[in-house]
Design a binder for this molecule. Structure first.
Ligand SMILES: Nc1nc2c(ncn2[C@@H]2O[C@H](COP(=O)(O)OP(=O)(O)O)[C@@H](O)[C@H]2O)c(=O)[nH]1
Ligand SMILES: [Mg+2]
Length: 474
């Protein structure tokens, strides 16, 4: 079978495996109509080609009397009779997802029906699509830039409202627009600089140093702002790990249960009850959070508890945020201090629990500069404030996360970092009165790094790395 040719007409089952009310097989390429015509018979008796584009038509699916044996699953005999009825739509190029002629066949969602439909496509001359090939064609045909193509996958995989919003913004081209603005400013500068280089530096001063510094600085700040959204963006996309830590019996497991709104972890008055890590996901205002309850930190002789405490420390190290729980009805201990000190350099929230009991710890007496919330896991008081505090610590509450562009993709983040480094280099070269050629090299590197994000600069290796992570049929 031929592989990889962009001129082939490709087909794939576009709906997930298993049974469903409907299932869709997609055909894309110049031969889509001709191939569909071989096994799709419209009830109206018209040929599919004569129906206006983007119109759903009722049709029967039936194998023609052909003897080819390009079998998808040869163990299944080909039915002689019509094997399903379907709604079929033809989308004429370029007004389709891929920018090519597309035929979508919406049959009943049984795996046998869908594989027979695919088999009919193959026998009529299509080949099976590679993972992500439809989206790759959309990119190659200019329907999407690379960041939008990646957003297709993020959209499909989104598990929380916030990650879906970020993916949708990217899919609509918000990131691409910002990146393009920055890149175009650099390309414009480069043209001016290169003109200056060509004329020699004596009498034609095409661009003033002040203008040059000003533009590079403006672009550097834009790139830096985008890059700095990446941490929050990644947390929004993948979810955050929040680890609840503290001494035994301060109420960590009670707090986990409160946040989950279910009795997930065992709560007892016996210190050292929780020994293994307990992990559950919650939705914190649209942000997916993996909450982890841990063993209480103390000195112990018990080998099982000791292992649990080791796991608690390593979970704390890997956390995006630590919630350090104190028992507010008892004076602070050395272990409490140690936990807070260890968390100081990381994102953390301090919780003074058992606020329903007479207080021995006041918020002002704990760590200055730390966010500190009084709650009662028993009554639920303060738990809502804690939710808000955790969310704010994770993704901030600034305008950039509220409605701006978020960088959620590591590939974009590293490209932005490289672009920024080159711009910093360029700035210092300009200030040091270096030759224009040297400045141009850095500006070119920055422009190219930005171009990688949208795919203005790309190569087959980058493309296959990106699209191979897609599912077949997307
Ligand atoms: N009065 C009061 N008791 C609490 C509160 N939170 C937890 N406890 C009690 O403290 C004990 C230890 O709770 P637990 O959640 O198992 O603590 P952990 O060892 O930190 O996981 C249990 O008897 C809980 O009922 C609270 O907010 N107020
Ligand atoms: Mg516990």
């Amino acid at each position: 079978m031929l592989r990889g040719g962009p001129e082939d007409t490709i087909c794939a089952i576009a709906t997930p495996a298993g049974e469903g009310g409907i299932g869709i097989v997609r055909l894309s390429g110049s031969q889509a109509l001709r191939i569909a015509d071989k096994f799709v018979q419209l009830r109206s008796g018209q040929p599919l080609a004569s129906v206006p584009s983007h119109t759903l038509c009722l049709a029967d699916l039936r194998f023609p009397d052909m003897n080819q044996t390009v079998a998808l699953d040869p163990s299944i005999p080909k039915p002689r009779e019509c094997f399903d009825e379907a709604l079929v739509v033809y989308m004429k190029a370029p007004r389709s997802f891929t920018g090519e002629d597309i035929v979508e066949i919406q049959s009943h969602g049984g795996s046998l029906i869908l594989s027979l439909t695919c088999r009919a496509c193959l026998e009529a001359g299509a080949r099976l699509a590679e993972p992500g090939e439809f989206t790759k064609r959309a990119f190659l045909n200019g329907r999407l830039d690379l960041s939008q193509a990646e957003a297709v996958l993020d959209t499909i995989r989104a598990k929380s409202a916030a990650s879906l919003t970020a993916a949708q913004r990217q899919l609509r081209g918000d990131l691409a627009r910002e990146v393009d603005t920055a890149r175009e400013a650099l390309v414009h500068l480069l043209a001016q600089l290169e003109a200056g280089i060509d004329f020699g530096d004596e009498d034609v001063d095409i661009i003033h140093k002040q203008d040059l510094v000003g533009t590079v600085d403006r672009v550097a700040r834009l790139v830096e702002r985008l890059r700095d959204t990446a941490r929050a963006g990644r947390l929004l996309r993948d979810g955050a790990r929040v680890v609840i830590a503290g001494r035994p019996n301060v109420g960590k497991s009670s707090l986990l249960n409160r946040l989950l709104k279910e009795e997930r972890a065992i709560v007892t008055a016996v210190p050292g009850t929780t020994r293994d890590l307990i992990e559950e996901a919650i939705d914190l205002g649209g942000v997916l959070v993996h909450l982890v309850d841990t063993a209480g930190i103390r000195d112990t002789e018990d080998p099982v508890e000791h292992e649990g405490i080791k796991r608690s420390w390593s979970a704390q190290e890997q956390a995006d945020l630590r919630v350090i729980v104190l028992d507010g009805s008892l004076p602070l201990s050395a272990d409490d201090r140690r936990l807070m000190d260890q968390a100081a350099e990381m994102r953390h929230v301090i919780v003074i629990n058992k606020a329903d009991l007479p207080a021995q710890v006041s918020p002002t007496s704990v760590k200055p500069g730390s966010v500190c919330i009084a709650v009662s896991a028993k009554t639920g008081d303060g738990v809502e404030d804690l939710r808000l505090a955790i969310r704010a610590q994770l993704i901030g509450s600034g305008p950039e996360t509220a409605d701006g562009v978020l960088v959620t993709n590591v590939r974009h983040q590293t490209a932005l970092t490289r672009a920024h480094e080159s711009l910093v280099e360029a700035t210092s070269s300009i200030k040091d009165e270096m030759a224009a050629e040297l400045v141009a090299v850095d500006l070119r590197a920055a422009a190219d790094a930005l171009g990688e994000i949208t795919g203005a600069i790309t190569n087959e290796e980058i493309l296959s790395r990106i699209f191979s992570t897609f599912c077949i049929g997307k």
